[in-house]
Design a protein around this ligand. Structure first.
Ligand SMILES: [Zn+2]
Length: 168
């Protein structure tokens, strides 16, 4: 998860949203109310598709898939693959605390090692040697989880900017 994610207020103008997206080179970001509660997600696509909207609250997508802090990586992986979204906001109660992107999961795969003998998992740039649990030397392999990559793209029915499913 990437904590302290950038967000905008509901009443931010669409021009302000465009400036934030441009400045941070991101394609979408959460919209929060004054209490820090997430009320939607606004993307490049929303800005382009809704030229009559004046504020983030008018242009944002309200039906946003989100997860809680204690949601497992596997559940997030499932959402990113099967709902074909590129990022999912992480909430504590209604409060936005971070965002998990496909890049976060790819990093997780890159840093996770599984002992082929006892199944112990460890995190780090290089595999531990020997396994701290069973002592097997060099028994670690990268995790076999399939990477959550761009291969899962479907060209239509999904916002090209943020990956959110488009209303039919
Ligand atoms: Zn082991």
């Amino acid at each position: 998860m990437t904590p302290n994610v950038i967000s905008v207020l509901e009443d931010a103008t669409t021009r302000e949203v465009a400036q934030v997206l441009d400045r941070h080179r991101i394609s979408g970001l959460p919209v929060c109310d004054g209490e820090g509660h997430m009320v939607g997600l606004i993307s490049e696509f929303d800005l382009i598709a809704k030229p009559d909207a004046h504020t983030a609250g008018q242009a944002m997508t309200r039906d946003v898939i989100s997860v809680m802090e204690d949601t497992s990586v596997d559940e997030v992986r499932y959402l990113l693959v099967n709902r074909r979204i590129k990022r999912v906001p992480v909430l504590r109660g209604q409060r936005l605390v971070g965002i998990v992107s496909r890049a976060d999961l790819v990093r997780e795969i890159a840093l996770t090692w599984v002992c082929q003998v006892c199944g112990h998992t460890d995190r780090g740039k290089d595999p531990p040697d020997p396994c701290p649990k069973c002592g097997t030397p060099s028994g670690f392999e990268p995790t076999v989880s399939p990477p959550v990559g761009e291969g899962a793209e479907v060209p239509s029915r999904h916002c090209p900017a943020c990956g959110q499913e488009l209303p039919s």
